[in-house]
Design a binder for this molecule. Structure first.
Ligand code: COA
Length: 160
């Protein structure tokens, strides 16, 4: 079954924002918001993300809009069995327009994607972020997330 269709649209009446699956015309808005947040324009990356996550089973690229204006996005997917991990939802990317922050938009995006993960039958959501990224850490902690049982390891490939 195809998931992430327009029929799954939800509306938060109090704030008049809707959350819906991304369409190709949203990608420039995502590129622009990411550039605002990170200072880097990555059009190839975001076009590829849309190809990989837009309208795919178990993958979600959701847009928040208010009065038909783009105000945020979230991307995630259900992954399974890497190093023994049972299926769980992963959130890879999240961003909200600075003009509408602290109004609950990211919380509703998070709630929406978690709802989609639950519909698939998983009962765990994970993400990964730098330990000194206090803003995103505060947000995810506010959603009830906390440190899990996995640890990230890395190595420079130029090391001996
Ligand atoms: C993190 C982010 C998504 C939060 O969006 P938002 O819509 O403002 O979040 P919400 O209004 O739903 O906030 C929910 C909770 O998160 C926490 N939070 C959000 N912003 C915070 C801030 N600036 N300082 C401290 N805590 C914060 C609070 O606990 C808040 O609850 P409260 O308002 O009751 O205190 C937004 O700030 C953002 O887009 N940051 C940049 C994300 C990024 O780095 N993306 C990389 C490109 S993919």
């Amino acid at each position: 079954m195809e998931t992430g269709t327009a029929s799954s649209e939800t509306r938060a009446s109090a704030n008049r924002e809707s959350i819906r699956p991304a369409v190709p015309s949203d990608v420039p808005s995502v590129i622009s918001l990411d550039q605002t947040i990170t200072g880097l324009a990555k059009p190839d990356y975001w076009n590829d993300m849309f190809e990989r996550y837009g309208g795919r089973n178990g993958r979600f690229f959701l847009i928040a809009e208010r009065d038909q204006k783009f105000i945020g996005f979230i991307i995630g997917e259900v992954r399974a069995w890497e190093f023994g991990s049972p299926p769980c939802g992963w959130i890879f990317a999240l961003g909200v327009d600075p003009d509408v922050r602290l109004g609950g938009v990211a919380s509703r995006l998070f709630e929406s994607i978690c709802g989609k993960f639950s519909e698939i039958g998983v009962d765990m959501v994970r993400t990964m972020l730098p330990v000194d990224d206090h803003l995103n850490m505060s947000f995810f902690r506010s959603q009830g997330m906390k440190g899990g049982p996995f640890i990230q390891l890395e190595k420079h490939l130029t090391d001996g």
